[in-house]
Design a protein around this ligand. Structure first.
Ligand SMILES: [Zn+2]
Length: 325
């Protein structure tokens, strides 16, 4: 049996899974802590990869929040990781350290593929889906006929920096009123600073569902922005499913109900809107099978030749030797 490893690197955590040839997750890894700059991204990825005691790991896929050239393995504009306009040769550095093939993809694009793979394994693969991640930022990935849509510049699905309200807050990208600046996790925390443990979305949507008038107003505004974004995706790609992931989706059923209510209301006003997007097409990502690392592992498997997979050991000796450098 051979295995692929999928690593999902964010600005404040790294998660990883090892997946066997049947698609089963055989081991998991998660570590929290600020990751800043290319060297720390490499170190975090290597720590995740070497946490698995697998004799027959054959390839690694890594998802990072930034613009990724999947042909060269270079990353740019990973703002949350402190990587700017100068390309960082992430795939080459990690390949050299681990000795087996490494592929890099944008984290949300990888998650879209991971969500599709989970549904395929459950026997219910959609022809197409869009994955929307709502966390520190907002982004989307689109899978059409089982294939990831990257676009000309690797930006297909970068909806977070589309301006939705020019009178709203300045975004870190330099524009004013981006979707991300008004509806991502930090914007929700500013609008509803009553969440515990940084979980403002859970507090907000629970309070709104419980009938708190102030929460209803804020939740309605946020749900409105997010439903608009889902409608963009439905109008542009007409996918069978739209799956919402990211930290804000941890708010769960009350959050999903708020989104679906907006879609119901649009559908009630217009036959066209009703055909474009139905509430039941929108679901939340599975919490026990996070799509990001799974999708990265799927991409890793795809860079291998179909047969005669090479094998490499991930040995403690190499871990120590490399860490000592
Ligand atoms: Zn922006």
């Amino acid at each position: 049996m051979t295995f692929t490893i999928g690593v999902d690197i964010g600005g404040s955590s790294a998660t990883a899974v090892a997946i066997d040839e049947t698609g089963e997750v055989v081991d998991r890894y998660r570590v929290s802590g600020r990751i800043e700059g290319g060297r720390q991204v490499v170190a975090a990825a290597l720590a995740a990869i070497r946490s698995f005691e697998l004799d027959e790991c054959v390839a690694v896929g890594i998802g990072v929040p930034g613009l990724v050239d999947s042909d060269t393995g270079h990353v740019t504009m990973a703002v949350n990781l402190g990587i700017g306009v100068h390309p960082y040769a992430l795939a080459a550095e990690i390949t050299e350290a681990v000795g087996f093939p490494v592929t890099i993809e944008n984290d949300v694009r990888a998650a879209a593929l991971g969500a599709h793979e989970s549904l395929r394994l459950a026997g219910d693969p959609p022809d197409s889906l869009a994955m929307v991640s709502i966390g520190t930022g907002i982004s989307a990935g689109v899978v059409l006929r089982g294939e990831l849509l990257r676009g000309t510049h690797g930006m297909a699905g970068e909806i977070g920096h589309v301006v939705v309200d020019e009178s709203a807050a300045l975004c870190r990208c330099g524009q004013r009123g981006c979707l991300e600046a008004v509806a991502a996790g930090p914007a929700i925390a500013r609008a509803w600073p009553k969440g515990l443990d940084g979980n403002a979305a859970t507090a907000l949507f629970s309070a709104a569902a419980g009938g708190d008038p102030a929460a209803e107003k804020v939740a309605g505004r946020i749900a409105g922005y997010l439903t608009t974004a889902l409608t963009w995706l439905a109008a542009a790609y007409d996918t069978e499913r739209i799956i919402i992931g990211g930290g804000v989706s941890d708010a769960g059923d009350t959050f999903l109900s708020a989104i679906r209510d907006r879609i119901y209301r649009q559908a009630a006003l217009s036959d066209l809107a009703a055909r474009r997007l139905r509430p039941e097409q929108v679901t939340l990502a599975l919490r026990d099978d996070p799509p990001g690392p799974r999708g990265a592992a799927v991409l890793a498997a795809r860079i291998l030749p179909t047969h005669s997979l090479p094998t490499q050991r991930v040995s403690p000796a190499r871990t120590q030797a490399t860490n000592a450098k």
